[in-house]
Design a protein around this ligand. Sequence first.
Ligand code: C2O
Ligand code: CU
Length: 599
Amino acid sequence: MTGSVTVIANTLPEDVKLLQRPFQEDSAFAHFVVNATDADDVASMRKALSTRKFCVPVHELRSSSRGEPFRVIVGSNASELSMPEVALFPNHAHQTYAGAASLRKTTMLSLRRIRTAWIVGTIPCAAALSASCGMVPGDGMGNMHGRLPAAEVIAPAPWPGSLSVPTVADDNPDPNVVEVSLRAAPTEVEYVPGRRTQAWAYNGSVPGPTIRAKVGDEIIVHFSNRLPEPTTIHWHGVRVPSSMDGTVMMQQPVQPGSTFDYRFKALDAGTFWYHPHIRSDVQVDKGLYGTIVIDEPNEPAIPAVADEIVVLDDVLVDGPSGSPMSTGMGGMMGMGMGGGMRMGQEGNFILVDGARANVELAVRAGEVRRWRFVNTANARFFRLALSGGTMIRIGSDAGLLARPHAVSEILLVNGQREDVLVSVNQSGTTAVLQALPYARAMGMTSSGPIHLIRLVANTEPAATPPALPDPLRNVTAPAQPVKARSLRLGERMSHGGWVFTINGAAYPNVPVIDSSVGDAETWQIVNETEMDHPFHLHGFFFWVPSGKEWRDTVNIPANATVALQPYFDPRPGAGGSWAYHCHILEHAEAGMMGEVRVR
Ligand code: C2O
Ligand code: CU
């Protein structure tokens, strides 16, 4: 069967400038820069979109930055569509389309603005034109049943460096008290070498400085807000008292120019992180995040030559200039929660510990390093694999696992942590930590593999891998759950934007869950959407029966149900209101959040 490719742009074809060749390993897409002109006819564009069949749907219509030309991303999943004809159009877009039959002026819808658009042309392609190939009426560009955007990820050349994140100074001489100061303020960072960009950061660095403590320590954080807007700090994964949790359910926002002291006890060993809980989609994206590492002197020693934090994030940089774009304009891209934001914001420039990806470390084969992965990205999932090396999982959100085990890959969703031991297999070779493609929504095209870290082994004979403690820890399931609940994750269109829902309602209208201190419960998280949602609960860990481990964040795949067993452990401050939400920050801000009131 033969289908067709329709390219929509809002200029005449002569002005369409190709930004990128369309073919990557498993996806085909092209970018066009088009000039935006205001216009008025939403209905006709909607109609055009609903009546046309797009073999290669327009994934996204977005401005490359505020007020600049729009970028149209046209793409498809090559594994489903084989389209030799399409190979022609990116290289000769103008020629191909100049003679195209229909040049029809019409309009495109975005959340806040209406743009004039042209349907530039149609070319045939040899592909099955399935039901999943068309735009869905009224879906405002974020076509669920068609393909979703493959971010055009910039691949920096390998560069020699290290994995380093600053540690915040402990101002208190008491060995059992860690007293630090954190200040959130606008600053300039250099994501792309030689190019300064505006960011918001804790103590001037992205990631913010690591807070390092040991189990039993008292942690005091003198926080000062020098941002132009209110903020709070949430201690993701740390079992803090509810009043210290940083949600507006329990705390007044810290106003610009004001301060707040957070105080809590380090109860669990592991890797945690901190970030704002007000307008988190914007504030985290601008650079406000840092890690917390809690050690437990009584845990078995992990024989590693290095203990490194690997914070993974992505930002959006302007392709042609390479300079980072100021993100988080409350739906930059001119799309608000519609269209592009429906999937949450993915960047095109990957950050490893706040620096460009593809950093190269000089190592010896067989030598073991401990990496603590943290995914702080708004929406990007990292499906991690170490080619040419060995990766052994030893911990996750809630600290050490019961036993170490070798893995070929790890899916690290937003908010999660994973502790692994890595090594290069053979001397004189390089192992590459890669982010493999992962379709987190039905039909989504995904870029990759993306090179994140290279371990370059010297020619010394490989070191003998050390024996690992096994078991690592005694891990047990919670007591018999006393209550069963089910939470349905959904989405719907409302006033031209997407609203994400729990049991049909958007926060703050999601019915409050009442639970009791000391109880374990079973929550069935039913994902009724066609995209994955990483589910996070504040203040308590939940047991994931399928994985037999404790976590605070877990992926709920599209159209799937995952059972969790939160345990509302008794401790000072366990009572109160706690948030749970999707950790794709745009989704949390667009309604996919609820409150559990623990008494
Ligand atoms: Cu890391 Cu409520 O989130
Ligand atoms: Cu979500």
